[in-house]
Design a protein around this ligand. Structure first.
Ligand code: SF4
Length: 459
């Protein structure tokens, strides 16, 4: 997760001044929120599914070592290979090695946040290979040199006109092409990629421990092409993606699809279990599963942040977040944006963004209420805020808190200081320049009560 050059405060301050960005985000998120509300309301046992999913995730994370070993054994038993990556560098290097051994020149990818997290495309390019994103949104991101700004809608920040202009340059479509023309052009272009790719790379929505199955949920069909046409399939997944049994998917799939896109069923759900077996018509000759830690073990060991590993990346929390809507995904400076991104980024990286991201929330709780796992994002943000307060960079706040404690424990001095502040109040309100003036510009400074509280309380 490469940090961007600017922090959240600066980037979001710029983003809120961009009405086009806000309009683009609102158009998509309003639609997703409305559809989610409709399809969850029609499922009478939706909340029971949420409770069940929570229990499964809690149980799985409490026994993660056991289920990961079971998963590894099941993948081996079906002729696949399992690789363990401690961090982003190891994960990217492992995939590059597998691609090299397969003699790959072109690599077709389907949408995967974890490959963004480990910066796989950069590693493949440096190794002389050509990674091609085949999800339409990710394809746009790739050819424009952009970054995804939403977990499931990577180009939520772009308008159709932007994409038409981009495709006119790259694919030769008319500059004012309609959406059907643009998608047809992308489909024709990407078909050659599927046919010419030596290796296909996917993420995984779920990994089933008992069968060694990789589950990929999508709507465009590109992931199915990526996993059936190239000779080698590499699935890259965070270790938290494991679920114990195939039957657990009956709980998670409806929750994921309804919370993410507001559909009853996504167009494609692929269950991929090892390489092609004798007698099978399609599928890869070889299958590799790369299990990525990259900070997840540390997060698992952290009682305050562990719950964040239950996330199934549905993005429902982003769509209801007032801060995300105004700031946009890029302001978070990470592949994981929105409320859950504000938790995941510092938690997975051991502190990056700690001074900014946990404060990128009004703590309204909408993220928790809409989350299919009811993940307590506000609680985790508060815990991270407490940590941020005590970091070296926030030491001025620590000193101020210590000074306040010192003052409050000396009543006589406190009364004197309180009288002094009262006397200086008119002066403070007239400060024409300097840092205090800048701070006060966007805030209403309430008038002090004419009599101090300690005097009122004695009446
Ligand atoms: S935290 Fe919950 S709502 Fe947000 S992406 Fe994860 S599962 Fe979805």
């Amino acid at each position: 997760m490469t940090p961007t050059a600017v922090g959240f405060r600066e980037a979001s301050a710029r983003a809120v001044l961009d009405p086009t960005l806000r309009e683009a985000i609102r158009r998509v998120t309003d639609n997703l929120v409305a559809r989610r509300a409709q399809v969850t309301a029609e499922l009478p046992h939706f909340n029971a599914l949420r409770d069940r999913a929570k229990r499964i995730k809690e149980h799985t994370l409490a026994n993660l070592d056991r289920y990961l070993e079971q998963l590894e054994g099941a993948v081996h038993a079906r002729g696949g290979h399992v690789h363990w990556a401690r961090d982003a560098e190891e994960a990217a290097a492992c995939v590059v090695r597998v691609c090299r051994e397969a003699g790959a020149r072109r690599v077709a990818k389907s949408k995967s946040m974890v490959t963004e997290e480990v910066e796989l495309n950069r590693a493949l390019l440096e190794a002389g290979m050509e990674p091609v994103e085949t999800d339409l949104g990710e394809f746009v991101v790739q050819i424009s040199g952009d970054r995804p700004s939403h977990l499931i809608a990577p180009i939520i920040h772009r308008r159709r006109e932007d994409v038409a202009e981009l495709f006119a340059r790259h694919l030769g479509t008319p500059p004012d092409a309609s959406v059907p023309i643009l998608t047809a052009a992308a489909r024709a272009h990407l078909r050659q990629t599927f046919l010419g790719a030596d290796v296909g790379i996917t993420g995984a929505n779920f990994l089933v421990a008992e069968t060694g199955t990789v589950v990929v949920v999508e709507n465009e069909g590109n992931a199915r092409m990526v996993t059936t046409l190239p000779r080698v399939h590499v699935a890259v997944a965070g270790i938290e993606k494991v679920v114990p049994r195939l039957a657990d998917l009956a709980v998670f799939l409806p929750l994921l699809v309804r919370s993410a896109t507001g559909q009853r069923l996504s167009a494609y759900v692929s269950f991929l279990t090892g390489p092609r077996r004798p007698g099978e018509m399609d599928g890869p000759d070889a299958f590799h599963l790369v299990l990525v830690d990259n900070g997840r073990s540390r997060m698992l060991a952290d009682p305050e942040l562990r719950e964040g590993l239950q996330c199934i990346r549905c993005s429902a929390c982003l769509n209801v977040c007032p801060v995300y809507e105004r700031a946009g995904g890029h302001a978070y400076g990470s592949v994981y944006s929105g409320p859950i991104g504000a938790v995941l980024t510092p938690a997975l990286t051991g502190g990056r963004g700690l001074l900014d991201l946990p404060f990128a929330s009004s703590l309204c709780g909408a993220c928790r209420d809409v989350c299919p796992l009811r993940i307590e994002i506000p609680r985790m943000l508060v815990a991270l805020r407490a940590r941020a307060r005590w970091t070296a960079a926030a030491s001025w706040e620590r000193r101020a808190a210590r000074m306040a404690g010192w003052l409050l424990s000396r009543p006589r001095l406190y009364r004197w200081a309180s009288a002094a502040v009262r006397a200086l109040e008119p002066l403070v309100r007239r400060v024409p320049a300097g840092p205090l003036h800048r701070w006060a510009r966007g805030r209403d400074l309430p008038r002090l009560s004419p009599t101090p509280f300690h005097r009122d309380s004695r009446r």
